[in-house]
Design a protein around this ligand. Structure first.
Ligand SMILES: [Zn+2]
Length: 447
């Protein structure tokens, strides 16, 4: 009898799981019962680089219902007048670290010391704040690639998805996996006792350890696997990385993102069929050609030269690299590696200032916008589930002054943000009240 009950329960559960994968899933409870009609002065389609004047978007229960010059108004819908603005889908930062913020004072921007000073709990709260700062700047999706203590990134993703607080959709990596030491040089005492700067990196030096490390991250909520390809004099081999790719695919079809800093590392990663190469340090014209041929994402994290960061020489190299990648038809993503505090700026303002690099590379504004939206959804591997303004998809919609197709700097003035069909920012002011709940309104079992 009990066995029979278990079988029935299992079938019911499988049906629920199956239903969740259908294109028309159940609405989030946090947005249930809400309805809006957005009047867009100019509705932008970043995919085609075109705009349509005076469009309407109806949104119900968190999802886009219809788009057109005239759409039916759902019952009880509130009208949102954005007729003076450009309306477009949300932006994506494909490489950020929301739960890491190193500072000039007290650690002189040496992030090794940040780990010693800031607990995972504090960093999770920093991540919640940084996430809202990103959302306010129009970033509705953030790929968060590690350096988040003991899974502060998962904590933020789960908190947002369960409905505790507002934030971007998080595609998080959990702990970065690397050969012994990761990007750090821990002392023998730290390694022996496995303390102080652990668990910032997850050591995996053998095939067994690689499989185990991937599974540990998946168990603790990773949605992408991040590895250190060549942070040490003992880089991963092609076979090591093929094993990562295979094991990540086995674990729910996850993709592998590789931090790469040498040309040999890049060549091996490309041969192994990695999903994305993070950082542009090692990417030459020749390597760009190999990446284009294999369709590997370039998540370049191209830091602009500003009064608070970088140098002219480094920036010139960065811009030359972007030009080479663009000319070679490499798939490019907007990414920042933002993990530091600049006095007087929010995390979102630090991130949007990376437009300087894209403009310096003379990439057309329309292309930059496509890279920051469509390419972002693709590198985050969510393109068919979230991002585009399309009926059936979650309503993640922003509005800016001016026309970003002609002047990409228009993205610096985000006046309106809707996330999952709820208004987060209006008339340039954050109004997040509807996002806060005293419990996991969307389900305690979201992991
Ligand atoms: Zn990074």
């Amino acid at each position: 009898m009990r066995k029979q009950f278990a079988v029935i329960a299992l079938i019911a559960l499988l049906q629920v799981v199956g239903a969740a994968q259908q294109p028309a899933p159940t609405p989030l409870r946090s947005s249930a019962g809400t309805a809006y009609v957005i009047r867009a002065g100019r509705l932008i389609d970043p995919e085609t680089g075109t705009a349509s004047a005076n469009q309407m978007i109806s949104v119900k229960d968190g999802r886009i219902v219809a788009i057109g010059a005239n759409v039916a108004t759902p019952e009880g819908a509130e009208i949102i007048d954005l007729s003076q603005y450009s309306v477009l889908p949300g932006l994506v930062d494909a490489h950020n670290h929301l739960a890491l913020t190193y500072k000039k004072i007290p650690e002189n921007n040496v992030y090794y010391y940040t780990y010693v000073q800031d607990s995972t709990a504090l960093r999770a709260i920093q991540a919640a704040s940084n996430g809202m700062q990103m959302l306010s700047a129009g970033f509705t999706v953030v790929r968060d690639l590690g350096n988040n203590g003991m899974y502060a990134d998962t904590a933020l993703r789960v908190a947002v998805e369960q409905g505790w607080l507002p934030g971007p959709t998080i595609i998080n990596s959990g702990i970065i996996i690397g050969g012994m030491g990761g990007q750090f040089y821990p002392t023998p005492e730290m390694v022996k006792e496995h303390n102080i700067v652990y668990p910032e990196y997850l050591d995996a030096d053998t095939s067994d350890e690689i499989i185990k490390a991937v599974r540990q991250n998946v168990l603790f909520g990773a949605k992408v696997i991040k590895i250190c390809v060549d942070c040490k004099p003992y880089p991963y081999s092609v076979d090591d990385m093929k094993l990562f790719v295979k094991e990540a695919a086995n674990a729910g079809g996850l993709k592998v993102a590789g931090h790469v800093q040498t040309q040999e590392g890049a060549r091996r990663a490309i041969e192994a069929g990695i999903w994305s190469i993070e950082h542009d340090i090692a990417l030459t014209d020749e390597i760009h050609k190999l990446m284009a041929k294999k369709g590997i994402w370039r998540v370049g994290t191209e830091t602009p030269f500003t009064e608070y960061r970088g140098s002219q020489a480094a920036f010139d190299r960065t811009v030359a690299g972007m030009k080479s990648a663009y000319a070679n038809g490499v798939k490019m993503a907007f990414s920042t590696d933002a993990d530091y505090y600049v006095e007087g700026m929010t995390r979102g303002q630090v991130v949007i200032n990376f437009l300087k690099s894209w403009k310096a590379a003379a990439i057309p504004d329309k292309e930059i916008l496509k890279i920051m939206t469509v390419n972002g959804y693709k590198v985050a591997d969510i393109y068919d589930k979230r991002g585009p303004i399309k009926p059936g998809l979650p309503a993640d919609i922003i509005a800016v002054k001016g026309n970003p197709l002609e002047d990409i700097d228009a993205l610096r003035t985000v006046v309106f943000v809707m996330k999952d069909g709820l208004v987060f920012k209006r008339d340039g002011v954050m109004v997040p009240e509807k996002f806060f709940h005293g419990g996991p309104i969307n389900g305690w079992n979201i992991r």
